[in-house]
Design a protein around this ligand. Sequence first.
Ligand code: T5A
Length: 211
Amino acid sequence: MQNKKQGLFITFEGADGCGKTTQLNLLQKYLEEKGFEIVVTREPGAKGLGEEIRKLLLHYDGYISPKCEAFMFLADRAQHIDTIVKTAVNEGKIVLCDRHTDSTIAYQGYGRGEDIEKLKYLNNLATSGFTPDLTIVCDVDIETAIKRRGNDRDRMEQAGKDFQIKVQNGYREIAKLEPNRVKIIDAKASVEEVFESCKKVVEQLIKKRYN
Ligand code: T5A
């Protein structure tokens, strides 16, 4: 069924609490049942050194400058792509990644106000140009996302509602600029309904790649 020579790299994105991790987990189960070999991973902090960077990014109890924050996400990404993602995709696996380059553009660029073109350049440097085949952005109004998130807030989630709105608008801009790769999914509906939309875009990609 799956051509062992060709894997896929699918990323999930969206503002905090949008429901992307739930969708990623459902997709993993769905694709495994179809016989695909799946690797689930995340940024920041897939494992090892990345986990240490994640602890600092999300729980460091002091000031982190916006540029330092950006470089820490990028450092994690460079390690993650080189040690986990590229290998798995080259082995023919489907990699499902919770957040990737678009998070840096949406959060550090649109959210924190860092220069977007420079961030794109740095993303490219960190990944050596290795780009997702598909990016699913779970789009939900920020009030709903905040409710879904609950009260336990990490350092990034403490940035506030206005910040999350900028992030969400950032994702919408990214999708406009790269409509072939980036698909916006309406994530306000029930988990099952949202999954139907995810499945649709993933099946289109799989059909193109493996049939
Ligand atoms: N970051 C990351 C950057 O600033 N720059 C970068 O370059 C990168 C890579 C990562 C933080 O780092 C930032 C972004 C983030 O702020 P994280 O711990 O990975 O932090 O947190 P999040 O990515 O925000 O992920 P979460 O797991 O907290 O939220 P999700 O994935 O959006 O949501 P999920 O699926 O866990 O669902 C949240 C709750 O909602 C429910 C779920 O059951 C769950 O309780 N839910 C729904 N309820 C009703 N209807 C639905 N359709 C629902 N879908 C989910």
